[in-house]
Design a protein around this ligand. Structure first.
Ligand code: MN
Ligand code: MN
Length: 459
C-alpha cells in the first residue's frame, strides 16, 4: 500500500489515456451542476451506447435477454443503467452506486423580495456547507420552473461568459470588528444567505419597483410569474467551469466532485464493459447529501422496483427470486473520501488516511463516534476485492475518513446493504470537500475508473 504514486508507474500511453478520460470528465462536470443535468446528460450518453428506456420496452410488450441494455429514469433526478448478463439475475448483480446531488443553495418557495433598492432572493441551503464559503463569489442559477399548464421551463443563468451572475455579499473588513469575533459557524447565518439579483426600478412603479422590474424580466424571458416560484426547483451553484489545477495539470478543481467524480467513472465503466457474465448495474441517485430520503433518494423503492421489472422481462420474476437477486449481489458504493491535506494534517491519521495519487480508496467503514451509522464491509468481501484488483493490476488504498472522533460522514452503502448485500465504499479522495470548488487528482479519477471496470467485468 502506497509504496509508489501512480504518476511514476503509468506508461506514456496510460498517461495519455488518463488525460483524455479526465478531460471528458472535466467537461461533464462543467456542464452538469444539478442532479437533473446529470441525468439528462447520462441518458443521452447511454442511449448513444444502445441503452433503451425500460418503460418503452414494457410498453412495446418486449422481453429482455443477455446483452440487452436498459435504463430507468426516476423523475429526471435518479438513473439506473442495467446490462443483462449471461448468468440469471437471481445469482446476483455487480452494482456501482454513486450520487449526483451536491451541496448548494436552493431558492426558498417564496424567494423574491425588495430591500433598500435591491431585488433579492432568499435561499435555504442544501447539504452540509460552511456558509462563509458561499459569499462574495459569482453564482449561477440552474433548475426548473413547473407551470400549472403542465409545461416545465428550464433555466440556466450564469454559465455562458456573456451571462450575468448573481451573488451574496460579505461584510467589508473595515467594518467587520464585531463579525471577526464570531465563530466560523456564526459568521454567515442561514438567513443571511440572500442573493442580490437586481437594482433597476421599473418605470412608473411606486411600490417595490425593483422587484417589479425583475418580475417583468422573468415574464418576458421565461413566461413565469411570481407564483410560479411555488413549483420551482432552482439551485444556486458556483458559476464557472471546472479547471485543470496545478501547474502540471495533475488535478481538477470544480463544483460538485462529490459525487460526480465517482458517478461519471461509474457510468463510463458501465458502458465500457460489454456483454458481462454477471448482470451489471450502475445507479446514480439524488438526495444523498440530505439523507437519501424522498422518491428520488436511495431509500425509495425505485431501485428494487426497477430490478423486479427487469426480472419480469427476462422471464424470472417472483418476490423470492428478487430477494435472492439483491442478497446475492455485490456493490461498490462509489463515493468520495478525504485526501490527506498538508494544510490540515491534524485531522487525519497518517497510517490510515488516503493520499492523492494512490488510486481509489476502499473505506471499510465510515460513520462517526465509534463507527455509528456506517456500513462495515466484511473482511471476506474486502479480501475478494484485494485479489481482483491485484490480478487486474489496479492500485488502491485502504482508508478512513479522518481521525477517530474528529467527525465523520456517511454514504448510500448501508442502504443497499439492508438487502443483505455485500457493499463497500470505493471512491476518489478529495480536497476541500463540500466547498464551492473541490479538488481531485486525475490519477485517482482514472484508476478509479479502471477499478470499476475490473469489478463489472470480472467479479
Ligand atoms: Mn458523497
Ligand atoms: Mn457529500
Amino acid at each position: 500500500m502506497r509504496d509508489k504514486t501512480l504518476w511514476t508507474t503509468y506508461t506514456d500511453e496510460q498517461k495519455q489515456e488518463l488525460f483524455r478520460f479526465n478531460e471528458e470528465y472535466r467537461q461533464f462536470l462543467s456542464r452538469c451542476k444539478t442532479e437533473r443535468e446529470c441525468v439528462t446528460a447520462m441518458v443521452e450518453i447511454a442511449e448513444a451506447a444502445g441503452y433503451r428506456d425500460l418503460n418503452d420496452v414494457i410498453a412495446a410488450g418486449g422481453k429482455l435477454k443477455a446483452g440487452d441494455k436498459v435504463y430507468g429514469n426516476n423523475r429526471g433526478k435518479m438513473l439506473v443503467l442495467l446490462n443483462v448478463g449471461r448468468k440469471p439475475i437471481e445469482q446476483g448483480m455487480n452494482i456501482l452506486g454513486a450520487h449526483i446531488d451536491s451541496p448548494r443553495l436552493d431558492l426558498k418557495i417564496n424567494p423574491l423580495y425588495e430591500d433598500s433598492g435591491f431585488a433579492m432572493f432568499k435561499t435555504h441551503y442544501y447539504g452540509g456547507i460552511k456558509k462563509y464559503q458561499w459569499v462574495a463569489r459569482p453564482m449561477a442559477i440552474h433548475g426548473v420552473v413547473a407551470k400549472k399548464d403542465g409545461s416545465v421551463v428550464n433555466i440556466t443563468v450564469g454559465e455562458d461568459p456573456s451571462d450575468p451572475v448573481i451573488g451574496i455579499s460579505d461584510l467589508l473588513i473595515h467594518l467587520a470588528k464585531d463579525q471577526m469575533q464570531k465563530t466560523a459557524a456564526e459568521v454567515i447565518t442561514g438567513e443571511g444567505l440572500n442573493l442580490a439579483i437586481g437594482s433597476i426600478p421599473a418605470d412608473g412603479e411606486e411600490k417595490e419597483p425593483v422587484k417589479k422590474q425583475i418580475l417583468n424580466l422573468l415574464a418576458e424571458k421565461y413566461g413565469i410569474t411570481e407564483d410560479d416560484f411555488q413549483s420551482a426547483e432552482l439551485e444556486i451553484v458556483p458559476a464557472g467551469e471546472a479547471r485543470d489545477y496545478g501547474l502540471d495539470r495533475s488535478m481538477i478543481i470544480g463544483y460538485g466532485h462529490d459525487d460526480r467524480v465517482c458517478a461519471y467513472p461509474s457510468m463510463a465503466a458501465q458502458l465500457a464493459v460489454a456483454d458481462p457474465e454477471t448482470t451489471s448495474v450502475t445507479v446514480v441517485t439524488d438526495k444523498e447529501e440530505i439523507g437519501s430520503v424522498g422518491a428520488t433518494g436511495m431509500h425509495s423503492q425505485y431501485f428494487n422496483n426497477f430490478i423486479a421489472d427487469v426480472m419480469n422481462l427476462t422471464g424470472g420474476y417472483c418476490e423470492l427470486k428478487l430477494r435472492h437477486a439483491l442478497a446475492a449481489s455485490r456493490m461498490l458504493s462509489s463515493d468520495v473520501s478525504v485526501g490527506f491535506d498538508p494544510n490540515y494534517p491534524e485531522v487525519t491519521e497518517k497510517n490510515n488516511t488516503p493520499f492523492f495519487g494512490y488510486g481509489p480508496v476502499l473505506n471499510k467503514y465510515t460513520g462517526s463516534r465509534g463507527k455509528s451509522g456506517s456500513n462495515d464491509a466484511t473482511a471476506e468481501y474486502i479480501a475478494s476485492l484485494r485479489r481482483l484488483f491485484e490480478e487486474e493490476k489496479i492500485a488502491f488504498q485502504m482508508g478512513e475518513l479522518g481521525r477517530v472522533d474528529q467527525g465523520g460522514g456517511g454514504t448510500i452503502a448501508y442502504i443497499l446493504a439492508n438487502y443483505s448485500m455485500d457493499v463497500i465504499d470505493v471512491g476518489v479522495p478529495v480536497h476541500s470537500m463540500h466547498a464551492p470548488f473541490e479538488v481531485v487528482s486525475k490519477a485517482d479519477v482514472y484508476e478509479t475508473y479502471r477499478a470499476y471496470c475490473a469489478f463489472l467485468k470480472r467479479f
